[in-house]
Design a protein. Sequence first.
Length: 400
Amino acid sequence: MAGRDLREGFEQFNSGNYEGWIERWTEDCLWQPATVGGIEGEGGSYRGHAGLRKYLEQAFRDFEELRMEPERIEEVDGVAFATGHAVGRGRQSGAGVRQPIAWAFELTQDDRVSRGFSSFDIEEARARARAWRSERSSRVRVMGVVNVTPDSFSDGGEFLAPGDAIAHGQQLAADGAEILDIGGESTRPGAEPVAADEELRRVMPVVEGLAGGDAAVSIDTTKTAVARRALAAGASIVNDVSAFRLDPALAAVVAEASCDCCLMHMLGEPRTMQADPRYDDVVADVKAFLAERIAFAVAQGVAEERIWVDPGIGFGKTLEHNLALLRRLDEIVALGRRVVIGTSRKSFLGKLTGGAEKERLPGTIATNVIALERGASIFRVHDVAEVADALAVAGAVLRG
């Protein structure tokens, strides 16, 4: 979606619809353009819509027939990098200009541009895009759980009606969720598989109802057919608890869509995963598994920077396994990919506190704060507002 929106913005610029181009930027944007032609124009920094108008005034004072022609656009984690050509003619010299150029754009959730940079040094622009992506990758993001299932362990059946699920997702976004993870097949211990047709029947109205809203939509599925339909309807993340093992073709779908994906560790499959799980060293074993899955995804064409990993708390682990993974989560972070953590309301918290599913918020908060301190950056939870507040406070202390 971002690539298409950016191309439309370039088309507006090239057609002379400059106000339309400006409206694609946020009110407090920052634009740092290259000096067109290298000899004329005044490159610099322009802030806000007034700054963009000043940029246009300066650019067209010195140049005529100025066009920006992108040829390739890639967007990762809210930052787009584009390459192409700047084309124009100097008003004073009459010299024609056609130079290779690259752009970096940082995008908001609704695909508006908050920061822009361009350079005739392609690698300089690429480095700027990487720096912005690095900044964003360390930023905390809360993923709200939207279960459209009759049998999920905590809220099964509560949001089975599409309208209820959509309203729930909208509330989670209002509470601070930047991602909504929509699932139509329970992965609780002992859960039975769900056919693709039934999963699609459950999730598609919800995906369609929430896509394009205030939060990115993630489809929680192991099936190619479900992921393909959800991505076409506006989802931008695939969350696969099997890490492309149950349906290896799903990796190619993710690669083709150039979307983000989360690969999770699970011992076996949901129906049997809690039947006496054993490891030589749970952290080392999970890390090795995730490294192998990353390599598989990359071999199938998935860009490595689009891969997130999840150690799979509660998926084929004992209480001690879960605690060890949290204690040594920095070893999973060392894989160099964003780490997703999902402890929300899980049974190991109940074993420690005695609380029922909806009485486990204190334990959920505690484990998410610990995970934040150890390097996790995406937190999949049911109770978004409370966890988001806790993470904001903990993050302020840790950054201090």
